[in-house]
Design a protein around this ligand. Structure first.
Ligand SMILES: [Zn+2]
Length: 65
Protein backbone atom coordinates (compact mmCIF):
# COMPACT_ATOMS: atom_id res chain seq x y z
CA UNK A 1 0.00 0.00 0.00
CA UNK A 2 2.95 2.31 -0.48
CA UNK A 3 2.42 3.26 -4.07
CA UNK A 4 4.02 6.52 -5.07
CA UNK A 5 0.83 7.95 -6.40
CA UNK A 6 0.82 11.70 -6.74
CA UNK A 7 -1.97 13.02 -4.60
CA UNK A 8 -4.56 14.89 -6.52
CA UNK A 9 -5.57 18.20 -5.06
CA UNK A 10 -9.03 19.44 -4.31
CA UNK A 11 -10.35 21.71 -7.05
CA UNK A 12 -11.78 24.06 -4.44
CA UNK A 13 -9.41 24.28 -1.47
CA UNK A 14 -6.31 22.65 -2.95
CA UNK A 15 -5.84 20.08 -0.22
CA UNK A 16 -4.70 16.62 -1.22
CA UNK A 17 -7.55 14.33 -2.10
CA UNK A 18 -7.29 11.28 0.11
CA UNK A 19 -10.80 9.96 -0.29
CA UNK A 20 -11.93 9.05 -3.73
CA UNK A 21 -15.50 9.47 -4.82
CA UNK A 22 -15.99 13.21 -4.62
CA UNK A 23 -15.71 14.03 -8.29
CA UNK A 24 -17.59 16.27 -10.64
CA UNK A 25 -17.52 15.73 -14.39
CA UNK A 26 -16.64 18.81 -16.42
CA UNK A 27 -16.02 19.62 -20.04
CA UNK A 28 -12.30 19.24 -19.49
CA UNK A 29 -12.49 16.01 -17.55
CA UNK A 30 -13.11 15.57 -13.87
CA UNK A 31 -12.76 17.86 -10.91
CA UNK A 32 -11.79 16.11 -7.71
CA UNK A 33 -12.59 17.24 -4.22
CA UNK A 34 -11.33 16.34 -0.77
CA UNK A 35 -14.78 16.18 0.76
CA UNK A 36 -18.48 16.47 0.02
CA UNK A 37 -18.49 20.02 1.38
CA UNK A 38 -16.02 21.27 -1.19
CA UNK A 39 -17.93 19.50 -3.93
CA UNK A 40 -21.25 21.10 -3.06
CA UNK A 41 -19.71 24.56 -2.60
CA UNK A 42 -18.08 24.26 -5.98
CA UNK A 43 -21.41 23.34 -7.53
CA UNK A 44 -23.03 26.34 -5.85
CA UNK A 45 -20.38 28.71 -7.18
CA UNK A 46 -20.76 27.26 -10.62
CA UNK A 47 -24.51 27.76 -10.54
CA UNK A 48 -24.10 31.34 -9.38
CA UNK A 49 -21.72 32.03 -12.24
CA UNK A 50 -24.25 30.68 -14.67
CA UNK A 51 -26.97 32.89 -13.26
CA UNK A 52 -24.97 36.14 -13.28
CA UNK A 53 -25.11 36.23 -17.04
CA UNK A 54 -28.42 38.03 -16.67
CA UNK A 55 -27.06 41.47 -15.84
CA UNK A 56 -27.77 43.10 -19.13
CA UNK A 57 -30.25 45.92 -18.68
CA UNK A 58 -32.83 45.95 -21.41
CA UNK A 59 -32.32 48.95 -23.67
CA UNK A 60 -35.14 50.60 -25.48
CA UNK A 61 -37.55 47.89 -26.20
CA UNK A 62 -38.45 47.68 -29.80
CA UNK A 63 -42.17 47.91 -29.92
CA UNK A 64 -42.99 45.98 -32.98
CA UNK A 65 -46.59 45.54 -33.77
ZN1 LIG B 1 -11.42 20.64 -0.47
Amino acid sequence: MTNKKPNESCALCGQPVEIKGFTLPTNDGENKFCCAGCLSIYQLLKNINNITIIDKPPDNEDKHQ
